[in-house]
Design a protein around this ligand. Sequence first.
Ligand code: PLP
Length: 480
Amino acid sequence: MNDDHGSQSAERALARAYDEARGYLRGVCDDPAGVSIPQAEFRKRLGETLPETGEPADAVIAALVEAARGGIVPTAGGRFFGFVTGGSHPAGVAADWLTAAWDDAPGTPMAAPFACAVDGVVADWVLELLDLPRDAGVGVVTGASAGNVVGVAAARHALLEREGWDVEADGLFGAPPITVLIGADAHPTVRLALRLTGFGASRVVEVATDQDGAMRADAFAAALNAAQGPALVCAQAGQVNTGAIDPFAEIAPACRERGAWLHVDGAFGLWGRLVERARPRLEGVELANSWSADSHKFLNTPYDAGFAIVADAGVHVATMSATASYLPQEQGGRDPSHYVPELSRRGRATPIYATLRALGRAGVRDMVQGCCDHAARMRDLVTARDGVSCLNDVILNQAIFRFSAPGGDEAAADRITADVVARVVATGECWLQTAQWRGQTIMRLSVSSRATTQADIERSAAAILAAYDAALADAGALSG
Ligand SMILES: *Cc1c(COP(=O)(O)O)cnc(C)c1O
């Protein structure tokens, strides 16, 4: 057998990776700066051609570490506020290493009874944490994008089955048309899911949203009223810029009554079920038919982790199982492949299990609540300064800001807001980004790493305000 595990080179490779990872994680909180080295440089460092002959494992790991120098964005640190990235809990990282070493793939229960059991435990825990129907189907998928695909595919199955149409067998050509309602500020991955499942990204009724990007209840009621035939409603918990939550108390009962399928993109916002300020807005979300949620954002597990949840587990399995004639009564325990698009995959649930167990229910709640409190604190600190406004209601971990220019000119405010962000990032004090919101340039803040402390928020707020002062001074010098 050609097996080099246990060889000196293998031992050294594993030890090197371990040391590097530990060193990286120890320092990541001190280094929030973004990466300025162009991708082409990394391509060069990595080598342009596939070598004909192999190298010892330890040499490869050493080269990899060298090539990555200056190339890892410290998203797991405490002062990275871009996108909605989340950090990585050490228990999750460590369990991720083990999962790879075990090569444990929950594709079939026979080949991976342990990974399948972990998958089942995580499924139960997630339903409990999110307080969703305990008999719902849960697939541990790569993230909320995949969760959205599974959700709308399940909708397609159930809505057409009711019309006497077997979409798995006969496809969508000639099928009864389904009306799709979607909020105007939905995440692009929901439209991607609609594309992939044959609904079409544009063949939708867009529901008008309020100032924060949540569907307006009156506009929703009118759109649902006007919808012809079977209907799929794609709602959102947690708009990616503002954290806005659609009005589920109105939407969910209306969908029930109408027989419309309600899918919820809850990538990070569904975890608002654990947050005091957000929980009331999420009342009614438990009445939906399917949900998608991330684990690698708010739950701070390593990447490739999210959940596709379908209230009717039978519909979930009928949609996702590769065996068309599948019977939900499983023999030999849970078969995770019946809930996700893939057959073979990594033991994705294992790092999630480790993270949840390390945090406990209270720890998860504190982590999520803490990120939201930090976002509110940042709002308070920076809006205390004249000329800085927060444009959204900060109920979750997202806040958007705008900096005004002398004279109140909106175009100048666009420029100065972009300038403030560029200056802050250049200091390396924290990392934020601009975005366009309602036609204006904004500074976007997302607090989603467990590493963020109050001191990080205070230090970052000071850096932002100093950048604003500098930008104002320069703008004054230019115009004066
Ligand atoms: C991040 C995000 C997604 C996509 O999730 P991935 O985990 O990146 O696949 C979908 N919807 C919202 C609101 C998000 O924030």
